[in-house]
Design a binder for this molecule. Structure first.
Ligand SMILES: Nc1ncnc2c1ncn2[C@@H]1O[C@H](COP(=O)(O)OP(=O)(O)OP(=O)(O)O)[C@@H](O)[C@H]1O
Length: 221
């Protein structure tokens, strides 16, 4: 469904990715692991169409996406992908429910419909009580649940999560992981998860380990 073929990407003299090929099946949960600087975030950003690789291809459902124009790529990201970052990256001026409604408004849904769908997702993630609160008033765990709701509200094919539990304690992290994977499974979304935490990687169906910008052979089934 989502495939990277021979991706390479450098930042100055740092070679972040060096010929990485991976394939993600529909509904699959994949953890991308490896030491700091191995290229995990760069791979996630290339797969999600946030960064363009220098060479190689990214293919979604048989369609090459790394060569799309900026407007087409933005539209595809909004429709097919959801992204959860380590610190939520929510809009502080908006309430929780408004943050979750935002991707639907960008996709030209009416305000009433968008707000109703957003409220439903907050309920599913057990943060309905926070709907009208500003982001600054929420705990770290509540923020990440809101971020997960925002990533899933559009019914994406793939959810990308970069250290989604990195700012949480163990229990909070477990709760967010369970909530995110349950919601993704219910929506049929695949999940690509960057983590350096083995306990988080254990939630995945499969692990892709990177080292020095390449997939570590012999570890991944
Ligand atoms: N925007 C950037 N500008 C310059 N160098 C970058 C940039 N992004 C990544 N790099 C470099 O590319 C390499 C891979 O970085 P990347 O963030 O993908 O690794 P990572 O495995 O996600 O690391 P971490 O676990 O520390 O987040 C590193 O050497 C990093 O310094």
């Amino acid at each position: 469904m989502l495939e990277a073929r021979g991706l390479s990407k450098s930042f100055g003299r740092a070679r972040a990715l060096d010929g990485v090929s991976v394939e993600i099946a529909p509904g699959e949960v994949v953890a991308v692991t490896g030491p700091s600087g191995a290229g995990k975030s760069t791979l996630l950003h290339c797969l999600a169409g946030v960064l363009r690789p220098e060479s190689g291809e990214v293919v979604l459902d048989g369609r090459r996406i790394d060569t799309l124009g900026e407007a087409e790529l933005t539209a595809l990201r909004r429709q097919s992908f959801g992204i959860v970052f380590q610190f939520g990256e929510l809009v502080p001026e908006l309430s929780a429910v408004e943050n979750v409604a935002l991707p639907l408004l960008f996709n030209r849904h009416g305000r009433g419909e968008a707000m109703a769908a957003a409220a439903e997702w907050l309920e599913r993630l057990e943060v309905a009580d926070c709907a009208d609160q500003r982001i600054g008033e929420l705990s770290g765990g509540q923020r990440q649940r809101v971020a997960v709701a925002r990533a899933l509200v559009t019914g994406p094919r793939v959810v990308f999560a970069d250290e989604p539990t990195g700012a949480l304690d163990t229990l909070g992290g477990e709760q967010v992981m369970t909530a995110m994977l349950g919601a993704a499974r219910a929506g049929g979304a695949a999940v690509v998860l960057v983590t350096h935490d083995n306990r988080v990687a254990a939630y995945a169906d499969r692990e892709i380990t990177l080292r020095d910008g390449a997939v570590l052979a012999g570890v991944n089934p």
